[in-house]
Design a protein around this ligand. Structure first.
Ligand code: ADP
Ligand code: MG
Length: 595
């Protein structure tokens, strides 16, 4: 069956389920839907963005309690009385409260890295749970009842069969929004969070902002789920918003396949059904009552982590013939370009740059300049400090002392994102790309600063025109570096030499006036090197400044206008390629005195 047909069958089954299923099963499906909305947020946050949160249940609670408070409290205080009564006002208020709380919590915790972040989410997950239980006006641990039923188009949804359609419309809506978001400029930035932060920042992506975005989206999804829950149950107490439920949501996302949108539905379905089933059967089998299902879940989690780390979705997806990968090259209007600096103008000036790593002086008093329309080569033996110099210049790892000016501006204290904005673009000696994204998408990350449409247009797919132009630009750069045939392949499947070439296309996609290339020809075959040299000559002819680190001496000497030679972190020679090649100090130190 074709994927579209499977989707149609799935939607058809969803549509008729409440007409044929028993009350019990409809209720089960309702809960699966509610959980899936939360799990979907976790797919975005944890699976895609790599930020583990145990605290999502607390956001569900915020959504549920806000609407409960506004719609079920008799004698609301004056300011709230004017809002009270309507579940829809409860939804808006819940989203607002959640956004504010998530923003504050995100601000406090997202800067934590490693295991500190999950610990942070546990901390606020517990705090909010106890807040719900201890606030008098929220009914304490007994909770609140008398929450009105939801009315949609004048139909009061008192039965679960009717409520079902609202829940599943929200689930599908959330799937659509999430998929749209991931398939956009903002989505590429989000997908770079897991393992590509340094690269993305060097391409101008504000990764801290992307983290806040997915944190907010995940929290708002959870809030909507809580709102639905409150009006379905018409009663709330703190229990379903505690830490152990937060862990269960994470189970769902991981078991379903945490990096896949549909994995959230699979995970929510499998865990909910299994839990129900185990709750029924285990006590009977064991002849005792208790929460035995949690023990089985724990074991199941360990098996999943051992055997199917990517969850169930990829396994299911393998059973279905894959949709044909789109292979039509994106076409679109050319993006505007920055004015090209006048040839010969000094673009980059590094003065007395010192970089220390503890006691190691990796760069000592290094100075160099690069002009528009020239290729400057930085050479020296391994460990001389060339890559460190690149990091100092591009803001990836700023210098300990000294000054870097770019286009007349002091950039020593700017971060790599700010420097990228000024028109400097770089590649990395140890390639930094996103292996599970296509070549085209990887290159499009380079064009991040040339688009401006934000998260909302992306989620609603209102930015298609800009996206098309960005992808078309990326496609042109892919063709330009000679990777056209691999445009739709996964970047991780390329040979190392081609991955380096991909990085050049990505850097070019940013429309830079200064290009920093760290060993671009390593791993290339002879003919590939030739065409790379040709490309660099062409770029130089167009007025680009190029700073090049390369070990292949024929490549360097045939291309460079000027050469700086480094050894042990210091500059030992500088001049025209011919002069440098004859310099005794260079021959001695770099070429080992031969010739
Ligand atoms: P090159 O690119 O010329 O081969 P590098 O700039 O990579 O040299 O390295 C220069 C020296 O700095 C090496 O001794 C290397 O081990 C050290 N170095 C580079 N980066 C770091 C770092 N992040 N922390 C500590 N030492 C580093
Ligand atoms: Mg290096």
């Amino acid at each position: 069956m074709r994927p579209r047909l499977i989707l149609a069958v799935f939607l058809g089954l969803l549509l008729i389920a409440p007409l044929v299923a028993s009350e019990f099963h409809v209720t089960l499906l309702n809960y699966i839907g509610l959980y899936a909305i939360v799990a979907l947020g976790l797919v975005l946050l944890t699976g895609v963005g790599g930020l583990t949160s145990f605290g999502q249940a607390a956001f569900v609670g915020l959504g549920a309690y806000t609407t409960a408070y506004l719609s079920a409290t008799e004698n609301l205080p004056g300011w709230a009385a004017s809002l009270g009564g309507s579940p829809w006002v409860g939804l808006l208020a819940g989203l607002l409260v959640t956004a504010v709380v998530a923003f504050v919590l995100g601000f406090l915790t997202l800067r934590l890295s490693g295991h500190y972040l999950p610990l942070g989410t546990i901390a606020w997950g517990i705090s909010l749970y106890f807040l719900f239980g201890n606030l008098e006006f929220l009914g304490g641990h007994t909770g609140m009842s008398g929450i009105p039923a939801l009315s949609v188009f004048g139909v009061e949804l008192r039965e679960s069969r009717k409520f079902y359609y609202v829940i599943w419309a929200v689930v599908l809506g959330a799937v659509w929004l999430t998929q749209n978001l991931l398939d956009s400029r903002e989505g590429r930035a989000i997908r770079a969070l897991k393992g590509g932060v340094i690269m993305a920042e060097a391409m101008g992506v504000d990764t801290a902002r992307s983290k806040v975005v997915i944190f907010l989206v995940a929290a708002l999804f959870a809030c909507v789920s809580g709102w639905l829950y409150a009006h379905l149950q018409r009663f709330v107490n703190p229990t379903p918003f505690g830490l152990h439920i937060g862990i269960e949501y994470l189970f769902m996302a991981v078991v379903g396949g945490s990096a896949h949108v549909w994995g959230a539905l699979v995970g929510a379905g499998v865990i909910t059904v299994l839990k129900q089933w185990l709750q029924d059967w285990l006590p009977r089998l064991l002849g005792a009552s208790g929460n035995f299902e949690m023990i089985v879940f724990g074991l199941m989690m360990i098996v999943v982590l051992q055997r199917a780390r990517d969850g169930l979705w990829p396994i299911l997806a393998r059973l279905v013939p894959q949709r044909e990968v789109r292979r039509d090259v994106p076409q679109g209007e050319v993006l505007p370009r920055k004015p090209v600096p006048e040839s010969g103008l000094v673009l980059l000036e590094a003065r007395n740059v010192v970089k220390q790593f503890g006691g190691l002086v990796a760069n000592n008093n290094m100075s160099l300049t690069v002009k528009a329309g020239e290729v400057m080569a930085l050479i020296g033996p391994n460990g001389a400090g060339k890559s460190t110099m690149f990091n100092c210049i591009s803001g990836v790892n700023p210098p300990t002392k000294g000054e870097v000016r770019f286009r007349g501006e002091v950039v020593t204290n700017l971060n790599s994102r700010q420097i990228a904005k000024l028109g400097m673009s770089r590649t990395f000696q140890h390639v930094r790309l996103l292996p599970t994204m296509s070549v085209l998408e990887n290159v499009a990350i380079g064009g991040h600063l040339r688009g401006s449409k934000g998260v909302l247009p992306a989620m609603l797919h209102l930015e298609r025109e800009e996206e098309q132009r960005l992808l078309a630009e990326a496609a042109r750069q892919v063709e330009r570096v000679g990777l056209k045939d691999s445009m739709f392949e996964l970047a991780g499947s390329l040979a190392l030499g081609q991955q380096r070439t991909l990085e050049i296309a990505r850097a070019l996609c940013a429309d830079p006036c200064l290009l920093l290339l760290d060993e671009p020809a390593a791993g290339l075959r002879y003919l590939e090197k030739q065409s790379l040299a040709e490309l660099l000559r062409k770029l130089r002819g167009e007025g680009m400044g190029i700073l090049l680190v390369e070990h292949d001496m024929d490549f360097v000497m045939g291309l460079a206008d000027r050469v700086v030679v480094m050894e042990f972190g210091e500059k030992i020679a500088e001049g025209l390629p011919d002069e440098v090649q004859r310099d005794p100090a260079v021959l001695e130190a770099y070429l080992g005195g031969v010739d």
